[in-house]
Design a protein around this ligand. Sequence first.
Ligand code: ZN
Length: 617
Amino acid sequence: MRPFHVLAFGALVLPLSAFAADPHSYAQPDQVRVTHLDLDLKIDFPHKQLDGQATLQLDWKDAKAPSLVLDTRDLKIASIEGIDAAGKASALKYVLAPRDKELGSKLTIATPQHPAQVRIVYTTVPAASGLQWLDPEQTADKKLPFMFSQSESIHARSWVPLQDSPAVRFTYTAHVTAPKDVRVVMSAINDAKHPLNGDYSFNQPHPIPSYLLAIGAGDIAAKETGPRSAVYAEPSVVGKAAKEFEDTEKLIETAEKLYGPYAWGRYDLLVLPPSFPFGGMENPNMTFATPTLLVGDKSLVSVISHELAHSWSGNLVTSAAWRDIWLNEGFTTYVQGRITEAVYGKTLADEEALISARGLQKTIKDMPENAQRLAPKPGIGADDSISEVPYDKGSWFLRTLEQRFGRDTFDTYLKGYFAHFAFQSIHTEQMLDYLKANLIDKYPGKMSWDEVQAWVYQPGIPKDAPLPDSPRFDAIDKQRAAFLGGSLAADKLDAKGWNTQEWMYFLDGLPDVTPLDKVKQIDAAWHLTGTPNAEIGMRWYSHAIAAGDKDVWPAAAEHMTRIGRLYLTMPLYKAFAKTPEGLAYAEQVYAKAKAGYHPMTQEAVQAVFAKANKNSK
Ligand SMILES: [Zn+2]
């Protein structure tokens, strides 16, 4: 995905049993494991709910296990039955525990006979945390309703009862019905030529963790972008999206050259309505993406490189618990950079690595010490564990390894790592075991084990962490300093040819509170207010609001109402919340924007308001 964790520093690799339990799941996979899921669901738009049944194939590990424990959140369970090896079904007793705020409701099903399968008939609620339901007016084409899922981190349990832990992998099949004019897609092989008949079947033959279960449905058209790739989006968006992402096949071929064959068959993309809370989500075979990437010049295609990279790091080799999420995101951010470098050049790849590193240097200081660790100690929430640290510190560590051992050696190592752990879920310590044997000890004198331990288990960033050179960014640093110092006028900035990343870097380097007259001068010269580029807009409005420039408020409100992507919207809410007047304005904006926001975005905004209101009392 784009825009947690138990060890004493200094300890060597602990046995896997030390980490066997996933604190974010009630499941007991050491007793029984789900190996296959079969879904039969009806998408009910008027009631904003999924209706149907989930049949779980079980592999009993412990002969004495008295029950099957599943994760659920806000599911309405109608009945549960066990099915024996001969296919005979019988009702099972079950207990649904009171709802825990973070984990949901533990579902304990009494299974004295250890059935081969368990079938649960259920319905979701309209506010399911992993689903968003949009009315037609909240979509681009405003003709049909739209719905989509976001299961990472622990939201699959809000639409399917299952063992919702990344440690458990299962294959799945699904039969889904929907209104006739609606197209349904899932994180499985999709057929772009499937007739619009309201009746869809899916098969995911590779074992995946639950957070990669995904579904989307709406007024969706499809356009091929290559021999094994297509873009899916609303009819008015699909052409633009196919153009922006026309390099998809080139990206896949580049990744294959580096890390071995793409294991999943097709690689399709679904461009969602603007309320999608993330940049992209690496749902297998069908990346879900925000429309904010469609800027017309491919400058934000790195998010697609990122989601594609997850086909190796994350979907193939998966972190076994949310503490280990850096195994997904740090490796993926590194691979993303390599794909970007091969397809779009080293300059862009280095610029993106610098933006990521500088951003981390700025934010890590304010994080609690534990959150600064790649592999944190217990006590971090599943969603909270997804911060800049796993992405930016994780990828920085891998760039350091590449630099120390040389690119050829490190590429061979990484390819071997992906092959060795393919279709497994692993902990940090398993990765470290493999690293020690196959890189650190194999090529002595390049990096000490203490250094590795510091990267993984210490807070902060090691002092000698290498940064790429960027002459263009150096020039921007000089111009920014001259502008702030008064020796260079805003209209004399050499910004005409700046790409998205160069604008991002210029704005990222402005002081947290830039003087109002400087903000006014930049806007007069470069007209950033009203920019359709949301990466630039997010940075620009944050600075302008902090500087006290009320003239940008309506355009900032438009940005916040149009876009539900957390990373692009939350900084504006936080900037507004710093003053009572700004807070009041942001609350008005939210009242209008809320209906178009994903439940995760709503929760994040409300948390900002609650904190600001508490501080002002
Ligand atoms: Zn990611």
